[in-house]
Design a binder for this molecule. Structure first.
Ligand code: GTP
Ligand code: MG
Length: 198
């Protein structure tokens, strides 16, 4: 079912400032420039709900959107800017890890992965962190219009292999999307609908 109404709700500097609401939350996260804002606009059926930029954004804030008056889409800052350090805990900023670990309303995160590239270490490290931290997540591969089918297939296989190497036995649900071509969104929305109604 397409989203009927989508509105910007509020921004929060961190999870501790978030209010108590009864609605379920679904968080979108990925490295900067992965296509998160574009996907949000596509899902919301709006041009400018989330800001799309060719330059990576630097705003470190949690944005919340109210979808169909029944669930929240949580737009987390990209982790591409996080400096790598030895301790995994420090690799992704507190705003991201705090939200994912503490927010009771969170049903699942969607980790966005740019399908144009073979597995990137920052994405693999983030997924590993989700595993260690027991944060539920699904995968959304973005920008599928930018690669040939064969190349997409190769990158998907490489990604799977990288996850198995990390020790995962089951892969999460994966979605292949193009915001430009408006593909893959229905599957994400019906997944969310299933989560809400069951
Ligand atoms: P930041 O918020 O800056 O971290 O980036 P973001 O992850 O929100 O990415 P955004 O949606 O702003 O898109 C980044 C760039 O990728 C823009 O130039 C988009 O037009 C482009 N882009 C996003 N999704 C797609 C897609 O599905 N296909 C193609 N071809 N380009 C895309
Ligand atoms: Mg964005």
């Amino acid at each position: 079912m397409p989203v009927k109404t989508a509105t910007f709700d509020r921004s929060f500097p961190d999870v501790n400032r978030m209010d108590n609401t009864p609605l379920p939350e679904f968080a979108f996260i990925g490295r900067s420039n992965v296509g998160k804002s574009s996907l949000i606009n596509y899902l919301a059926n709006q041009k400018n709900l989330a800001k799309v930029s060719s330059k990576p954004g630097k705003t470190r804030i949690i944005n919340r959107f109210l979808m169909d008056k029944s669930w929240y889409l949580i737009d987390l800052p990209g982790y591409g800017f996080a400096k790598l350090s030895k301790r995994t805990r420090d690799q992704f900023d507190e705003m991201i890890t705090g939200y994912l670990q503490k927010r009771k309303n969170l049903i699942t995160a969607f980790v966005l992965i740019d399908l144009r590239h073979p597995p990137q270490s920052i994405d693999m490290e983030f997924i590993e962190w989700c595993g260690v931290s027991e944060v539920p997540f699904q995968l959304i591969f973005t920008k599928s219009d930018k690669v040939k089918k064969t190349e997409a297939q190769v990158n998907l296989e490489l990604f799977k292999a990288a996850m198995f190497k990390q020790g995962w036995e089951d892969l999460p649900t994966s979605f292949i999307t193009s915001s430009t071509k408006r593909q893959g969104g229905e599957e994400i929305l019906s997944f969310i609908e299933d989560c809400i109604t069951t």
